[in-house]
Design a protein around this ligand. Structure first.
Ligand code: XMP
Length: 509
């Protein structure tokens, strides 16, 4: 029904960003590995194809090439960075090693008669990142942009609708980058830009109904954005055939378990809350090694979930809230797998299910939030910051005990409350408290104390792969620190974490 853009993934670091920008332009797209067959491409019937960047050179042994027949499909092609070099190489142009790597902001001059640069100024700053460059475009191509170090910063064959950009339009540092991409989508590919979330919801609900038929569906609900949106979607699609199992591992933040129950427990959804806190704590007794904690929690979660599944009996389908970044990160194209997380929502097919249904697997996080709003979920759920599957257990350094959980819950609550009061809750992407296992000497009244140090962490990030520590104003930090030390027993010192990711990670364990 909608025009679709195919993004061929050659392993570049900004590939997800390209897909996000295309979706932001209200055009549906999918990222597929460069190695997919011509048949699959034809079946996809793209209105246009985008080749991403990639780490290899076209001349390298094992270079990532696409089938040359792609240029005869009649679909417009936009090559970005490596994608442009590949296009030049495969169509008979010349690609050479640059004398020096061109990296960072670069001034480029454009021919604005090109449909790609329509409405753009004749000179602008773009983001370059390449060590190889196009020396001579293929026959039939015209050079439509150049920089000092790069004689072919952009090329086009307008007759065939082939375009190559040596720079990265998807990166925000490129001035008018989004406009250039939109020009390709609307002016070259003729996309209408009518991809809307409401329609997605409708199609997804119909799709789920078709797939599930009259079968029973089981969903592991963590209360996070992804599984909550999946629950709302499935509930609309199959109603009472769905059962949501919320395994409360006792490692949630203050009031969180009850909040989740309040949203999902009262209405039409079959909702089971399993209070398994004691069980998890028993298994975590004496354990302080982070990876062991994660493993134990992951395993125990599966066990509880499995038991519930058996109680319900003859469940046909498992519903999962897997989202697109998870799909792309688990190894499309040649991009490196960055980190595999233990996500207690992400279950292996350990029970005999007919099938796993993942209706969110083509959506990005911001689209999931939009969909959640569309489905009528409360704002606090839709805007919820990420919370790790293993919960507070990985925010307590050392052994997890009920007493230490209580300390952390209270401190974290005050932190969040004060951030909200300061109006910063919509600005800082993730913030939380960490209970360290370090104790130090303090003085309270006239008494000596010897208590725990609590760390506060706040980060801003686009994708949670990299993050910068949040610059929370000192007076707000001071207020938070005073309140926590005064109100939470056994904390006598507060520190604020000022490391970014990398080299740190967002969570402490
Ligand atoms: P790190 O600590 O790797 O965290 O920088 C990146 C983001 O992922 C979240 N996180 C997890 N989410 N299961 C999850 O569902 C996990 O095991 C897990 N560990 C970390 C973290 O909160 C941050 O947003």
């Amino acid at each position: 029904m909608h025009q679709k853009i195919l993004i061929l993934d050659f392993g570049g670091q900004y590939n997800q960003l390209i897909a996000r920008r295309v979706r932001e332009a209200h055009v549906y797209c999918e990222v597929k590995p460069y190695s997919i067959s011509l048949e699959e491409i034809k079946k996809f019937a793209p209105a246009g194809i985008i080749f991403t960047g990639g780490p290899k050179s076209v001349y390298e042994k094992g270079a990532t090439l696409c089938p040359p027949e792609i240029y005869s499909l009649g679909a417009p092609v936009l090559g970005i960075c490596y994608g442009a070099q590949l296009m030049a190489y495969q169509l008979g142009g010349n690609v050479i090693s640059a004398e020096r790597r061109e990296y960072g902001r670069t001034q480029v001059d454009f021919k604005t008669a090109s449909p790609l640069f329509d409405g753009c100024p004749e000179s602008a700053v773009v983001w370059m990142s390449h060590g190889v460059k196009i020396d001579k475009p293929p026959e039939g191509f015209e050079i439509v942009a150049k920089s000092e170090a790069c004689p072919v910063a952009a090329m086009e064959d307008r007759q065939k609708d082939f375009y190559g950009l040596q720079f990265h339009p998807e990166v925000r540092h490129t001035q008018n980058g989004f406009k250039i991409l939109k020009n390709f989508l609307y002016k070259v590919c003729g996309c209408a830009g009518d991809w809307q979330m409401a329609e997605y919801a409708k199609t997804a609900i119909e799709g789920i109904r078709r797939k599930a038929g009259g079968g029973k569906v089981l969903l592991a609900l963590s209360g996070g954005v992804d599984s909550s949106v999946a629950a709302a979607l499935f509930s609309k699609a199959v109603g009472k055939q769905l059962t949501c199992v919320f395994v409360d591992h006792g490692l949630m933040r203050k009031n969180e378990g009850d909040e989740i129950e309040a949203v999902f427990g009262g209405g039409d959804i079959n909702f089971i809350r399993v209070n398994a806190g004691e069980r998890f704590l028993a298994r975590l007794k004496g354990v302080s090694e982070p990876e062991r904690k994660r493993k134990i929690i992951g395993e125990e979660f599966i066990r509880v979930f499995e038991e519930e599944g058996k109680k319900i009996g003859s469940v046909d389908y498992l519903a999962q809230g897997t989202i697109y970044p998870d799909v792309i990160e688990s190894g499309a194209g040649d991009a490196a797998v960055i980190k595999s997380h233990h996500n207690v929502g992400g279950l292996p097919d350990f029970v005999d299910f007919k099938e796993i249904i993942e209706p969110l697997r083509f959506l990005f996080k911001d689209e999931i939030r939009q969909l959640g709003r569309e489905l009528g979920l409360p704002d606090f759920l839709v805007r919820r910051q990420p919370f790790p599957g293993p919960g507070l257990a990985i925010r307590i350094i050392g052994e997890v005990t009920e007493e230490r959980l209580e300390i952390l819950r209270e401190a974290d609550w005050i932190f969040r409350e004060e951030i909200a009061k300061a109006g910063l809750d919509g600005e800082i992407h993730q913030y939380f408290a960490v209970l360290t296992n370090m104790r130090s000497v303090g003085v309270m009244g006239d008494e000596r104390t010897y208590d725990y140090t609590l760390a506060l962490r706040g980060v801003n990030t686009d994708d949670f792969m990299t993050a910068d520590w949040a610059r929370i104003p000192f007076d707000i930090l001071e207020k938070i620190s005073n309140r926590i030390v005064n109100e939470v027993p056994h904390i006598n010192r507060i520190v604020y974490d000022i490391t970014s990711k990398p080299p740190s990670t967002i969570e402490w364990e």
